[in-house]
Design a protein. Structure first.
Length: 89
């Protein structure tokens, strides 16, 4: 998944298979959330979702809550426009 902050900075985040049930329903596309107690890793590899040099890793101790000082629905300006993306295989 890709997170975006109020400045529009995008960063890749992932939840390990063993933690999917714990975070299911807490992370919904288009909703503003606060995420705390995560770990940053170097973003490496040929297939990257963002240009950010790091990615977020989730653990059992992560906190996911409502972002009170951000609109409950993320404004459209924060979404990447995927209509013009060309994938080359």
């Amino acid at each position: 998944m890709v997170f975006v902050d109020k400045e529009g900075t995008r960063i890749h985040a992932s939840v390990g298979e063993q933690l999917i049930k714990q975070f299911e329903g807490k992370l919904t596309e288009g909703e503003a959330k606060v995420v705390q107690l995560f770990k940053l890793y170097d973003a490496i590899g040929d297939y990257r979702t963002t240009a950010h040099p790091y990615k977020i890793g989730f653990f059992q101790t992560n906190f996911v809550g409502t972002a009170d000082e951000f609109p409950s629905e993320v404004p459209e300006k924060y979404f990447a426009d995927a209509r013009y993306v060309n994938l080359i295989f």
